[in-house]
Design a binder for this molecule. Structure first.
Ligand SMILES: *[C@@H]1O[C@H](CO)[C@@H](O)[C@H](O)[C@H]1NC(C)=O
Ligand SMILES: *[C@@H]1O[C@H](CO)[C@@H](O)[C@H](O)[C@H]1NC(C)=O
Ligand SMILES: CC(=O)N[C@H]1CO[C@H](CO)[C@@H](O)[C@@H]1O
Length: 575
């Protein structure tokens, strides 16, 4: 990695005697207040609202920052909420009072246009609401905050402030596309998650914009890599609309080689660090062009996305969010201490440094669970493990990422309920798909989609679907099943994941795992009890597949790694 990159984050660096680096983020910890109770970790938003309301004492000077913030609100230069004439807290309070009394006297559903002129006379601009009622609510939240600041109204008011219209999401590695990509190397759940997320975000933005009475078109761009050798996917297409959205697109920007040419082929996510700085520059030019200005927020996913989001956010001065559900550091034992042994394969020296930069510069970090941040009794959290660690001979983080920072917020992910619903909802079941699923699970012959067969169909199915890599340890599950006679008598095993032949894959971990699958099936003579189906990409059919497994009284199994023991967590299939 170019050392210039490291200079972009604000913290304290010191060269140590052995030429390695010491990093102490706390040396510059000037103003951000921190949570104190472990139980409040992950509730940063609440904390910030409480902190802000405690700063507003009711005295006019204390309102100044809030007033300045509102005065700065605009959409492409057009003022929102208040105009420049409201330049003191007193004036703001007076305007709110007048407007509140006025809208309270109107029919609730009166459209904003009908009283827009009145609002303007008081110095109020668009953005309070689309009807008399929504305006009244927003005015009231702010009045309450100004009179007697409290965190609840503070949060309510900020949830109404129109500040985000365009969003850029970086998901760089793998093949990011809408069809024929799942199962290609480094390409898995994240593509589906992000496309779902984009649809949900667009809907949310549209609703908010409408509720605020604005006539603004939101824009969402998913930034990924353009891969000229696209392997039959659309990854060589620069701009592609996201299906089932109106205002969202995938924008692909190529990696450049040293001589300035487009890099043609896919590269593993572990090998992409040399390209990222240039990529950040090239994408920022494209983004500014397509959005006709800066985005309001950038979000990164995974190390590469987060690092580029950091670079872009510091360059353009926009809010940065991080969603890094799967950090590599905690996936491999002692990956920090043993970085040297693994570096030729994984380049953790780059990856952990990039993660640290991204986590530190992010304005907020979304985690899905408390455990992900702060761990449990017997396991450190993946973020917590970035507080203090050493990569011997390279660098030492004296104070790294602090989980008590209010930037950490928990938002549990949802599932698309039109795809994933309980198997008991008989009327909704996709019976049309049953013949295909029947073939997938029970046909006798091997073909290029599946290997092995289930001799006794009356047994329940133990089922797992995941990428075929070391961390997901599907081969561990197969081994465990193979060794357990009793279990083999009772249940069948169905695995969906990876490709079936090593020659079809060009991902080094996957190739190893494919070979292992074959040798385990031979070693334990599993044919007749196991069905190994290659990675499946049809989401809707997969939803029904889960339910068909549930019909057999089956169970979904996820192999979880826990320090040095491997626990197989079995959860009853309720879907
Ligand atoms: C990032 O670094 C700053 C100092 O530069 C520090 O105050 C802050 O706590 C760090 N953030 C996190 C999440 O650790
Ligand atoms: C995978 O599972 C096997 C069997 O349970 C276990 O021995 C092995 O250590 C696991 N591998 C990883 C990388 O967790
Ligand atoms: C929310 C989200 O999309 N998270 C994904 C980020 O990328 C990692 C690694 O590819 C996925 O595991 C996460 O699910």
């Amino acid at each position: 990695m170019n050392p210039g990159l490291i200079g972009c984050c604000c913290c304290f660096f010191r060269a140590r005697d052995d030429n390695s680096l010491e990093v102490d983020f706390s040396a510059l910890d000037l103003s951000t207040p921190h949570l104190t109770l472990p139980s409040s970790i992950g509730n940063g938003m609440q904390f910030v609202s409480r902190f802000m309301s405690s700063k507003l004492s009711g005295k006019p000077e204390s309102m100044k920052p809030l007033l300045d913030y509102l005065l700065n609100l605009n959409y492409r230069g057009e003022k929102l909420m208040i105009s420049d004439t409201i330049d003191t807290a007193d004036k703001l309070q007076t305007a709110l009072l007048l407007a509140e009394v006025f809208v309270a006297g109107l029919e609730k559903s009166t459209p904003y246009q009908n009283f827009e002129q009145k609002f303007q006379e008081w110095g109020l601009e668009k953005g309070w609401g689309d009807t008399a009622e929504t305006c009244r609510e927003t005015l009231n939240f702010l009045s309450e905050v100004l009179q007697a600041p409290d965190p609840i109204n503070m949060e309510k008011f900020f949830s109404r402030v129109p500040s985000v219209f365009s969003i850029v999401i970086f998901s760089i590695h793998g093949y990011f596309g809408q069809e024929k990509v799942l199962g290609l190397p480094d390409t898995g759940g994240q593509v589906v998650y992000i496309l779902d997320q984009v649809r949900a975000l667009e809907e949310e933005l549209l609703q908010r914009i409408k509720r605020q009475g604005l006539n603004v078109t939101p824009k969402i761009l998913v930034l990924t890599r353009l891969i000229p050798d696209a392997k039959g996917t659309k990854c060589n297409v620069e701009l592609e609309p996201v299906e089932h959205t109106k205002h969202s697109s995938i924008l692909r920007v190529p990696f450049k080689t040293d001589d300035g040419k487009d890099l043609r082929q896919w590269v593993s996510r572990f090998d992409i660090y040399p390209y990222l700085e240039r990529y950040a520059q090239d994408s920022s030019v494209k983004i500014l062009d397509i959005l006709e200005g800066k985005p309001d927020m950038v979000i990164g996913n995974y190390t590469d996305g987060n690092l580029v989001a950091s670079l872009l956010s510091s360059k353009l001065g926009v809010t940065q969010g991080t969603i890094a559900h799967a950090l590599e550091k905690t996936k491999y034992d002692d990956s920090d201490v043993k970085w040297r042994e693994m570096d030729h394969k994984y380049h953790f020296s780059c990856q952990f440094t990039a993660d640290m930069i991204a986590m530190n510069t992010s304005d907020f970090i979304i985690a899905s669970t408390y455990q992900e941040i702060a761990g449990s009794k017997d396991k450190p959290g993946q973020y917590e493990s970035h507080y203090a660690f050493t990569m011997p001979g390279l660098c030492r983080y004296a104070t790294g990422v602090n989980v008590f920072d209010p930037k950490f917020n928990i938002a549990a992910p949802g599932a698309d309920q039109s795809v994933y619903f309980p198997f008991t909802q008989k009327q909704a079941r996709l019976t049309d798909l049953h013949p295909q699923i029947e073939e997938l699970l029970y046909s006798k012959e091997d073909n290029d989609e599946h290997l092995g067969y289930l001799g006794d169909r009356s047994k329940p199915i133990i089922f797992s679907m995941a990428r075929l890599d070391k961390v997901k340890n599907i081969t561990g599950l197969v081994e465990w099943y193979g060794e357990n006679r009793k279990l083999r008598d009772l249940v069948n095993l169905v695995i969906v994941g990876g490709l079936l032949e090593p020659s079809q894959s060009n991902d080094r971990e996957e190739i190893e795992e494919i070979n292992k699958m074959h040798s385990l099936m031979d070693k334990y003579q599993l044919k007749g009890q196991i069905r190994w189906i290659k990675a499946q990409t049809e989401r809707v059919r997969n939803g029904e597949l889960y339910r068909c497994i549930a019909d057999t009284r089956g169970a979904f199994v996820q192999v979880k790694k826990n320090s040095n023991t491997v626990k197989h967590e079995t959860q009853a299939l309720t879907m």
